[in-house]
Design a binder for this molecule. Structure first.
Ligand SMILES: *Cc1c(COP(=O)(O)O)cnc(C)c1O
Length: 374
């Protein structure tokens, strides 16, 4: 192994199968609104065990349409997690509703159901839990609040709830994302898993300018968007679905190597690793995020790792403390102490299916060297 080899944070698995299917689409001449999109939707829904699914141009677009489909309107409130990628809160603001944050569970890092319950008001019209880092959110507990639920499952393809249901198949709109670092990629893209074909019909119309399936070009009976996935992207998605089980297994294997490699740093330095699967829940591995001990300067650690050939990054920042959210909603530090503590200490390490055992070892040795420095 070359000492100069820099280990990237993420890396997709793409092969001749993807190339072949994309070439077929190119040669067919039908690059959009063709047969690959419904084929991808059906295969994806079958993988999840969900009744149906709608493909969209991104995870963000999917969350937006799913929220509209849940009936969220101007002036409503949606309870969600501040420890997420910013898209899950932004889509609430798209509809001029208010994202109401509730603190997270310190172990799973997902929305704390008790905090979510306390944040519900008479204006709350939906809950938007996020399966952060691929660990199943406690959706069963949130269901007891009796509100429509939109699940941000963009990081959770392959995750399984305690009752054996895959994340995304509990009967709510659940959104997956296919950006290049996700478990399955189409470059950009997303999918909304849905409980019934009526919900799908509405979403399919809204992703396509509000055009109903039985209508011609001339009339649009609702406001719509262009949130379509192309057939080129759907072709990549179909090839990726074929290799999904293998890629998920490889991610889980890499995570196991990391647990072994970093165990001494947990004992000696108080490094915190992603929580273990508990109570029958199973993570769909997306990233490997560690939390540094509180007395470490994260920027220094990231800089030192880079010098040792290891990419890493702060992941994720608290949404309510981003400048847009501070200015638009008046948020201040101290509101969600668990989220703020975790967000200040979290570092994503290189993590991808093709990662080798010796690369995991190199990351472990680099982190040990950095943490040993005092
Ligand atoms: C990736 C991701 C999204 C969607 O991102 P897009 O880039 O729009 O596909 C949404 N929420 C979370 C938590 C994500 O990680």
């Amino acid at each position: 192994m070359s000492a100069l080899e820099e280990i990237p944070l993420a890396q997709p698995v793409l092969g001749p199968e993807e190339e072949e299917l994309v070439l077929d689409v190119l040669r067919s001449g039908q690059l959009s609104l063709g047969p690959r999109v419904p084929a991808f939707e059906e295969a994806f829904a079958a993988f999840l065990g969900a009744p149906c699914a709608s493909a969209v141009s991104s995870g963000t677009a999917g969350l937006h349409l799913a929220l509209r489909s849940a009936g969220v309107r101007d002036g409503d409130e949606v309870v969600t997690s501040p420890f997420s990628f910013v898209a899950s809160a932004n889509v609430i603001a798209y509809e001029r509703a208010r994202p109401v944050f509730a603190d997270i569970d310190p172990v799973t890092l997902n929305l704390d159901p008790a905090a979510a319950a306390a944040a519900v008001s008479e204006r709350t019209t939906a809950l938007l839990p996020v399966h952060i880092f691929g660990y199943p959110a406690d959706v069963p507990a949130l269901e007891r609040l009796g509100l429509p639920i939109v699940e941000d499952a963009c990081e959770a393809l392959g995750a399984v709830h305690a009752d054996g249901t895959r994340v995304g198949a509990r009967g709510h709109a659940a959104v997956f994302g296919f950006y290049a670092n996700k478990q399955l990629t189409t470059g950009e893209g997303g999918m909304i898993a849905l409980p019934d074909t009526a919900a799908k019909a509405g979403i399919d119309a809204e992703r396509n300018q509000g055009r109903a399936p039985d209508m011609g070009w001339l009339d649009h009976d609702r406001l719509g968007f262009n949130y379509r996935l192309t057939d080129l992207q759907a072709a990549i998605g179909l090839a990726q679905l074929d290799r999904l089980e293998g890629m998920l297994g490889a991610r889980a294997r890499v995570a196991g190597w990391y647990r072994d490699a970093l165990a001494p740093l947990v004992a000696e330095h108080g490094l915190a690793l992603p929580c273990e699967d508990a109570g029958g829940n199973r993570r769909g591995w997306f990233v490997f995020v560690v939390q540094l001990p509180r007395d470490r300067d994260r920027d220094d650690v990231i800089r030192a790792l880079r010098q040792l050939g290891v990419q890493s990054k702060p992941y994720l920042p608290a949404i309510h403390l981003m400048s847009y959210y501070r200015e638009a909603y008046g948020h201040r530090p101290g509101e969600f102490p668990v989220c703020e503590d975790v967000a200040a200490r979290s570092v994503a390490l290189p993590f991808f299916p093709a990662m080798r055992a010796d690369q995991v070892e190199q990351v472990g040795l680099a982190l040990a060297r950095v943490l040993d420095r005092r």
